[in-house]
Design a protein around this ligand. Structure first.
Ligand SMILES: [Zn+2]
Length: 355
């Protein structure tokens, strides 16, 4: 049983020291399930190493509050250690930032708040730090959409306790050019496939990154070459060349609009979509989200990376990222979180859920 009624620092310390590198979440999921299942105000279910705990108070609104149980591999930074830095208590160790600080807040509030003013679905899921096909939240959304259904979702990824709204989408496309191979001493007999990429590079250089305002947040887009290949030998005119580009697009457009845009930019090229991750609108104008932002009274920023908020968005559920810890410390060997920040995050979320 986890010490969910103890000070949150103790709870955090305990769950950080239950190692749960992706694929090895079972022990922690067992503890979460065993701790929450006996509580009368929660209906708890287990799906692999994902645990869902829901209130059923018949409230007008339901919020899903989600966090992943897994961490990236340990780098000699477990068990965690308590230190004083900058005159404040910090817990140092793998997972303190990404994202057991957030999970500790979830567990503490799931246990403490038996009559929140909004119904809550607490989701603790596995395999976020690995390939998307293993993601526990994605699995839950496809096998039990009823358990994910909500009016609003909060993902407790580390944001330094500001609200990060939505997320950008990402599209990777590979362009291929074909030429005719020839000896480079008689190059006029061939056709150079690498040179055929020149208009694509011109288009990339001419591209002006758009800044798109969505629900009041400015998302700065990007279109970049990320990989290039071609040529088989230094005396052969290459007959094939490939260029991979990555387009990070604002959440005012969906994946098909992003693909349409790249088809215009690279008109005439043979293209192949390598992967596509939809973005997510921050939904700040929706009442549930506006209410959350107003109640917390913290800064709101756009989210540039891709996060699981997009899974909620795909289901039509507005979602934001909000959690303790400096995201720049995630995955570092010196991963650490200030304990007063975890306390403040818990208090802010508690006030909102009880308001
Ligand atoms: Zn994370």
């Amino acid at each position: 049983m986890l010490p969910v009624t103890s000070p949150i620092a103790d709870l955090l310390h305990t769950i950080v020291d239950i190692e749960s590198v992706s694929g090895n979440e079972k022990n922690l999921a067992d503890e979460v399930e065993a701790t929450l299942a006996p509580l009368n105000h929660l209906e708890v279910s287990r799906h692999g190493d994902t645990v869902v705990a829901r209130t059923h108070l018949g409230r007008a609104r339901r919020v899903a509050i989600a966090g992943h149980l897994d961490t990236v591999p340990v780098a000699n930074n477990l068990p965690s250690v308590l230190q004083i830095r900058e005159g404040r208590e910090v817990l140092v160790g793998r997972g303190t930032v990404d994202m057991k600080g957030g999970v500790a807040v979830q567990l503490s509030l799931a246990a403490a708040l038996d009559v929140p003013t909004t119904d809550v679905t607490w989701i603790f899921y596995d395999n976020e730090e690995v390939e998307a096909t293993r993601n526990g939240l994605g699995r839950l959304a496809s096998t039990h959409p009823d358990l994910v259904a909500s009016d609003f979702a909060i993902l407790m990824e580390p944001t330094g306790s500001v609200i990060e709204g939505g997320c950008q989408g990402s599209l990777r496309v590979r362009l291929t050019t074909h030429g005719v191979a020839a000896h480079s001493a008689r190059s006029w007999r061939g056709s150079n496939a690498i040179h055929g990429l020149t208009p694509a590079f011109d288009a990339l250089n001419a591209y002006q990154p758009a800044t798109v305002t969505v629900d009041g947040l400015d998302y700065r887009e990007g279109l970049n070459a990320v990989e290039v290949s071609g040529g088989i030998a230094s005396n052969v005119i290459p007959d094939k060349a490939q260029l991979t580009v990555n387009y990070r697009f604002a959440p005012d457009k969906d994946g098909s609009q992003a693909q349409w845009f790249l088809r215009q930019v690279f008109a005439g090229y043979e293209t192949e979509v390598l992967d596509l991750a939809e973005g997510a609108r921050p939904g700040l104008t929706l009442p549930a989200v506006a209410d959350f932002v107003a109640a917390l009274g913290v800064e709101v920023r756009p989210k540039y990376g891709w996060t699981d908020v997009a899974r909620f968005a795909a289901l039509g559920i507005p979602a934001v990222n909000f959690g303790p810890g400096d995201p720049n410390l995630a995955h570092t060997d010196d991963e650490h979180v200030f304990l007063d920040e975890v306390v403040a995050c818990r208090d802010a979320l508690s006030r909102w859920l009880m308001a």
